[in-house]
Design a protein around this ligand. Structure first.
Ligand SMILES: Cc1ncc(C[n+]2csc(CCOP(=O)(O)OP(=O)(O)O)c2C)c(N)n1
Length: 566
């Protein structure tokens, strides 16, 4: 049939089941927007391209389906870069569609020309530049397949404006051009699974470490089943938070730089570590060669490039987490705890008791962030809510104190640590899950980076709750200056502006500033019922610190429970 390139893109998106896209138009992408005019795909207009990329990412992380973002050429495309890198680092499947100058202008430093494919090549799973509208069905099918299969990740499709306008005869087929990429999960080596099962069955102090790969593979039920079968405690990485309900008796919570002290200690003492869908980030492991030093390490991951990259393991199993866990369960099903691990479970209980008060300890002024987050945790209904975060102390307090009870309920920028992610990601998550209450727990510095998209939330009717833990500072920077730079604070105070209540109101959102826990609880309950976005500005002290903490480059054994006496 004869269609324009732009119409072919819309049809391709529909063939992939896309119902909503996040974008911000400009000249080089207007033919696509004109085609969207005639379609029933919903378009959410962001106010900055970084935000539309984070919205697509939040949509993908909340739903498991790919998120789509659109920008024009040049500055529109380069503004997407932080969002694409964020998705790449956390293996989130987004499709970024960028306009480009016309084919005959490429390379002439044309108005708003940027080599976006060159720019994003290292931060995408793949990127395409179209040379003809005829390629569209094949390229889009290929792009969605690459983004969503194996280890997910972002794919960019750059579309010159004349390709969008080009009228061509197109046949819509499911043909792909995968150039050596096999979308099917790697075949699991069953001998290795048998070996892993034997080691686990014989282990006296087994520990499972679960990461984001468990979430993307949908393997959370298998994970819990295996843990219960083995009576093995489960720690998670930041990306894995929620893959086991954090109130499950076998859950240890998060490990790492700001992980739970008992979880870090358990890793130090386990004799077998089964790491599933993790990439052994330095923030999770501390000093690589000290990580779980005495343990026999089994590493299950779909991406063979992760094997022995940061931590050398004894038994790598390359494969999809769900499949490998199923096979392990099959091998171990008769295993009714020949070694009941009661000594190990008691040891874990000891650790838990030892560090129970690890994060209390009060400093003057404002509300305590831990108390605020615990209140949010109590008020939100499991399975019906999603929490996103900014980056910095707010993120780590949330990771420590928010009790995630289901996968995909805690969304945060782990790998890139992108300030400004929390709010637009919350908007994307709300679009994906309109029936859930979505809360962005944010820092004032982080929120300031993307706060203009309050306009999106109000005009597009996407109500979320923003809780700003407002210390009027780049708090985590101050924490490092305090602990590592002899309290020589420079460039980390934010000067107490803006007034976030007035800012929210200026955008037509609700704003509130509670001064007590009672007021906070009341405001939050109201916000949960509200049909417009509420910004709750919570004053906290600049002196609040996040503990536990393992100083950068140090082993997990050196976890600090509270501020070192100096
Ligand atoms: C885009 C970006 N720029 C800089 C940083 C470095 N950084 C990490 S945490 C932090 C401070 C965050 O301040 P805020 O959002 O107010 O959160 P708080 O730590 O006070 O909770 C900064 C500047 C970053 N992570 N991301």
């Amino acid at each position: 049939m004869l269609v324009s390139g732009a119409e072919a893109i819309v049809r391709s998106l529909k063939r992939e089941g896309v119902r909503v896209v996040f974008g911000l138009p400009g000249g080089a992408i207007l033919p696509l927007y004109d085609a969207l005019y005639d379609s029933d795909i919903k378009h959410v207009l962001g106010r900055h391209e970084q935000c539309v990329a984070h919205m697509a990412d939040g949509f993908a992380r909340a739903s498991g389906r790919p998120g789509v973002c659109i920008a024009t050429s040049g500055p529109g495309a380069t503004n997407l870069v932080t969002g694409i890198a964020t998705a790449y680092m956390d293996s989130s499947p987004i499709i970024a569609i960028t306009g480009q100058v016309a084919r005959y202008m490429i390379g002439k430093d044309a108005f708003q020309e940027a080599d976006i494919v060159g720019i994003v090549t290292p931060i995408t799973k793949y990127s395409f530049q179209l040379t003809s509208a005829r390629e569209i069905p094949r390229v889009f099918k290929t792009a969605f397949t690459i983004a969503t299969t194996r280890r997910p990740g972002p794919v960019l499709i750059d579309v010159p404006v004349d390709v969008q306008r080009e009228q061509v005869e197109i046949e819509f087929t499911d043909e792909m051009d995968l150039k050596g990429y096999n979308p099917n999960p790697p075949r699991v080596d069953e001998d290795k699974v048998k070996k892993a099962a034997k080691v686990l069955a014989e282990s006296e102090r087994p520990l499972i470490l679960a990461g984001g790969g468990v979430k993307w593979s949908g393997a959370h039920e298998e994970l819990v089943k295996l843990a219960e079968l083995l009576m093995a405690p489960v720690a998670t990485t930041l990306m894995g938070k929620g893959v086991i309900a954090e109130d499950h008796p076998l859950s240890l919570g998060m490990i790492g730089m700001h992980g739970k002290a008992h979880a870090n200690y358990a890793v130090l003492e386990c004799d077998t570590l089964l790491a599933v869908g993790v990439r052994f980030s330095d923030r999770s492991t501390g000093k690589f060669d000290e990580f779980a030093k005495g343990a026999y390490k089994i590493h299950v991951d779909i991406d063979s490039a992760e094997i022995n990259k940061n931590v050398i393991v004894d038994l790598p199993i390359v494969g999809d987490a769900k499949e490998v866990l199923r096979l392990l369960i099959k091998e171990l099903i008769g295993f009714q705890g020949t070694k009941p691990h009661s000594a190990w479970i008691n040891r874990i209980k000891e650790f838990k008791a030892m560090f129970e008060c690890e994060t209390e300890g009060s400093v003057g002024g404002g509300l305590k962030p831990s108390m605020v987050i615990k209140t949010i945790s109590r008020l939100l209904e499991p399975g019906k809510s999603i929490v996103t975060t900014g980056v910095g102390q707010n993120q780590m307090w949330s990771a420590i104190h928010y009790i995630a009870k289901s996968p995909r309920s805690f969304i945060t920028s782990g790998g890139l640590g992108t300030m400004g992610f929390g709010f637009p990601a919350a908007l994307g998550a709300k679009v994906a899950c309109p029936d859930k209450v979505v809360v962005d727990i944010d820092g004032d510095g982080s929120f300031l980076m993307t706060e203009q998209d309050l306009a999106t939330s109000v005009t597009e009717n996407i109500p979320v709750i923003v809780v700003i833990l407002n210390n009027s500072a780049l708090g985590m920077v101050r924490q490092w200056q305090h602990l590592l730079y002899r309290r020589r604070f420079i460039a980390s105070s934010l000067g107490g502006v803006p007034d976030f209540v007035k800012l929210a109101q200026a955008f037509g959102a609700e704003g509130a500033r509670p001064n007590s826990y009672e007021e906070f609880e009341e405001t939050f309950k109201q916000a949960m019922k509200s049909e417009i976005t509420t910004v709750i500005d919570v004053p906290i002290s600049q002196e609040e610190r996040v503990f536990p903490m393992v100083l950068p480059g140090r082993p997990l054994s050196e976890v600090l429970i509270s501020e070192p006496k100096s």
